[in-house]
Design a protein around this ligand. Sequence first.
Ligand code: OMP
Length: 292
Amino acid sequence: MNHPRPESFGARLGAAFDAHGHLCVGIDPHEYLLSDWGLAQSATGALEFGLRVVEACAGRVGIIKPQVAFYERFGSLGFRALEDVLASARDAGLLVIADAKRGDLGSTFEAYAAAWFGADSPLEADALTVAPYMGFGSLAAPLAQAKSRGKGIFVLAATSNPEAGELQTATVSRGSQAGSSVAGSIAAAVAAYNAEHYEAERLGSIGVVIGATVDVDELGISVEGLAASPAAPVLAPGFGFQGAEAGDVRRILGASADHAIVTASRSILSAGPGGLGTAIDKQVRQVSEAYE
Ligand SMILES: O=C(O)c1cc(=O)[nH]c(=O)n1[C@@H]1O[C@H](COP(=O)(O)O)[C@@H](O)[C@H]1O
């Protein structure tokens, strides 16, 4: 069933929060998960895996996040499988964040945006994760394309991996954000972009990635700045397998928790195909209790 979609990504995200809460299920067909699920180590196995997750998510959550790398590893057949998973998610009315963590400069980034945002692209998704480490200005083309096509972008700011702090706490030496941490400068740039380009909306369409395992104060991120209207959505992976608990989302993200996407992959997917629905229901309950 195809639902008519509101115009901006931020508006669609707000509708998904209202209808289904804040949980996002990641689709990460790790090698060991394909084995545990009794599926082949192939694009066909990853396709079957993705389709079953989409089926279990439909009606239970509003947002999914396929991890592109687990499809890319099977080459063109893997991309074909991902295209089918994306099509099935679109048909199910799920909001799709393609986790491809793309990062490049100007005109090259424009081509990535065409791949993930193009209306006639087989890889079309609602939003894309991007890396800003070639400078926030390198995101100009995808930011403009996101705006014109009603898509969203999640910019890595403070990632959940333990080694990330070495770079992301470093001090920016030049420009309008001089003196801020790298993570803080990205968060501030995203907030400023939303204020300028999505001023009339409750939620901006440009978000940040903040791992649920990080200390936002130590990273120099202003969660109040992210929560100011229009609020920046926060994609927060790190729940479950990486150790963060959904019940702690308000403590971890403070004022920006209200606009957070609570993301988990392995902790849910390890329930296997038979237990997936129950595992999602349980996680949805835990997340909604955290928001009561
Ligand atoms: O952008 C992401 O989604 C992401 C950012 C980050 O800081 N940490 C992080 O774990 N992720 C992704 O989120 C997913 C986490 O998976 P689990 O640890 O199994 O829940 C993986 O697909 C990661 O690539």
